[in-house]
Design a protein around this ligand. Structure first.
Ligand SMILES: [Zn+2]
Length: 250
């Protein structure tokens, strides 16, 4: 499933579509383009150009020229952004922009759980996990009675951390996923934030969350890449969670 690093790579793909005149839009998938009717997104975008690509957590959006509307995109569970890729069209393209230069940008998504929407609403989404400031991180993550793992997964607290990035980050920070979020001290919270940023940066550079040192060891029968101890496993925050009981006690 796409997490923040995959969404950041998708944002970089969208940047390849900036400044190119949109001449046609395929918005006929009424599920992916809900609540819009077919033709509605097309009418809003044809003749315009995308001017900037943004991301908050896993949410993507592009600005358009001349005061046009923002185009929101979400990758869902399995989507990605394809720009100028052959062969095209592809049967998994759920939403497509065609450019005057003959190129195209598509939301390619086998599972059909991605979204395309005009003027997206991000009011329910917390600050981006890779960019949140120290003080905001302390105030948002370091409170309440939720387990730390569940707190990191809550997109309204901070946005962009999925199941794998959460396990990788907690392993790097040597913090148990079961710790109560509100019981961490400031030093632990600052350390957690630094490791979250580092894990995110590494995953963007190396091609995705699957490249994480802990993520690669994560699984039944897996052992800690640092100390060799067998990993513990439990469901926390509704998600399968692995951790090293020796490096991440408590
Ligand atoms: Zn260990």
């Amino acid at each position: 499933m796409p997490e923040l690093p995959e969404a950041e790579r998708a944002r970089q793909q969208i940047e390849r579509g900036l400044g190119r005149e949109i001449v046609a839009v395929d918005d006929t998938d009424t599920y992916v383009c809900r609540p819009h009717a077919p033709g509605e997104i097309s009418a809003a975008l044809v003749g315009r150009r995308l001017t900037a690509a943004h991301r908050r957590g896993k949410f993507l959006w592009a600005e358009t020229d001349d005061g046009g509307p923002d185009l929101g995109l979400h990758l869902g569970m399995a989507g990605r952004i394809s720009v100028d890729e052959d062969p095209a069209p592809n049967r998994w393209d759920r939403f497509v922009l065609e450019f005057a230069d003959g190129g195209r940008m598509a939301l390619r998504d086998k599972r059909r759980l991605g979204r395309a929407v005009i003027e997206p609403d991000f009011s329910h989404v917390g600050p981006d996990a890779a960019e949140v400031s120290r003080d905001v991180f302390r105030a948002r993550v370091g409170r309440g009675t939720l387990a730390l793992k569940a707190k990191l997964l809550d997109q309204g607290v901070i946005a962009g951390v999925g199941n794998l990035l959460a396990d990788e980050t907690l392993w790097r920070a040597r913090l148990s996923p079961r710790r109560i979020a509100g019981e961490l001290d400031e030093e632990e919270l600052d350390h957690l934030r630094r490791e979250l940023r580092a894990a995110t940066r590494d995953a963007i550079r190396d091609g995705g969350v699957h490249t994480g040192r802990f993520v690669q060891a994560r699984g039944r029968g897996g052992t800690c890449p640092r100390c060799g101890t067998g990993l513990d496993r439990a469901t926390i925050g509704g998600r399968t969670t692995y951790w090293c009981p020796r490096c991440q006690p408590g």
